[in-house]
Design a protein around this ligand. Structure first.
Ligand code: ADP
Ligand code: MG
Length: 301
């Protein structure tokens, strides 16, 4: 098969491993920087040009679109969809997953367990919002944060109100969330491919830190999942419309609750923690599922 990987960084572990795995299974593979693609949008024959040449003829595209280039990156994925190329994750699903409120609303609608979450535009009703989500202690999050930056644990009602008002004063969008204390600074990353969790790791934050992010010093080990956790992860990826997803779960007293669903989950941490060949599983999924015109949305939306 002819596989294209949309990635800005060919030297990145995740990209390198996907290239390796594709080659090992006898495919030809090319890494394409989405920001260097330019496109003509025509109803007859949509095209994509790259560094001066027209590209196409791919059996599958693996989008690895970083959060900072979601807008242009998903437009490139959509163009491939318009050309009837199979994209492992579709543009609509990627956009959905990048919007935390939209994702949580979609998951809630389908009955997925979530931490009680609130959000507001105005700070006029902060007190009420805080009590709506059950009062302190609370987690306040920047909607656009990553790697644990902008995630704050507020122990008291007053602290919660101050932090919310400070963020809103900086014109940042935030959400407030029930603090899952019993998770004890750990979360579970479930790596979903198709309708299976193919690897899972537990990330444990350093002593005294409630955030488990590896970038904050967290450590990863293999996780054994309960059947309920497994089905929660698979259903969440499915609701988002993602074939490849990293579903982050907290273990709460009332069962697994989903924090976020990532559409370009990193491969390095999970392969190293679990010893599983995650890249190979993604390529195998493509072999089974990639067919021209199989894209569901055809770039609609
Ligand atoms: P980011 O997108 O920056 O990684 P997350 O929402 O994943 O932000 O939060 C970072 C970390 O903080 C999580 O991995 C988890 O360990 C901890 N955390 C986040 N939300 C909660 C919560 N509601 N209760 C307990 N811990 C939480
Ligand atoms: Mg996270």
């Amino acid at each position: 098969m002819n596989i294209g990987i949309l990635s800005r960084q060919p030297e990145l572990y995740s990209t390198r491993r996907l290239v390796e795995a594709a080659k090992e299974r006898g495919h030809s593979v090319r890494v394409i920087d989405p920001l260097l693609c330019y496109m003509t949008i025509a109803s007859q024959r949509p095209t994509i040009h790259y560094k001066g040449e027209e590209i196409g003829g791919f059996d599958a595209i693996i989008p690895r679109i970083g959060a900072s280039i979601t807008f242009y990156g998903t437009a490139v994925v959509r163009q491939f969809e318009m050309m009837n190329t199979f994209c492992v994750n579709e543009s609509v699903a990627i956009s959905r997953s990048r919007d935390k409120l939209r994702s949580l609303q979609l998951l809630a609608r389908k009955g997925i367990g979530l931490p009680v979450t609130g959000f507001a535009h105005s700070t006029k009703f902060t007190k009420d919002l805080v009590s709506q989500v059950g009062g302190a202690p609370l987690v306040v999050k920047l909607l656009e944060g990553t790697q644990g930056i902008g995630v704050v644990l507020t122990e008291t009602q007053k602290a919660a109100e101050s932090v919310i008002e400070a963020f809103r004063g900086l014109k940042e969008n935030i959400l407030v969330q029930e603090y899952i204390k019993e998770a004890q600074g750990a979360d579970i990353r479930c790596f979903v491919v198709g309708d299976r969790v193919i690897a899972a790791m537990k990330r444990q934050g350093v002593e005294g830190e409630f955030r488990s992010n590896i970038h904050r010093g967290g450590e990863a080990t293999v996780a054994r999942l309960t059947p309920e956790e497994r089905s929660t992860a698979v259903r969440s990826a499915n609701i988002m419309g993602l074939n490849v997803a990293g579903v982050d779960i907290l273990r709460s007293n009332h069962g697994p609750v989903v924090m976020e669903v990532n559409s370009s989950p990193g491969i390095e941490g999970i392969e190293k923690a679990t010893g599983k060949d995650v890249a190979d599983r993604i390529i195998q999924f493509i072999e089974k599922n990639a067919k021209p015109g199989k894209t569901r949305t055809r770039g609609n939306g």
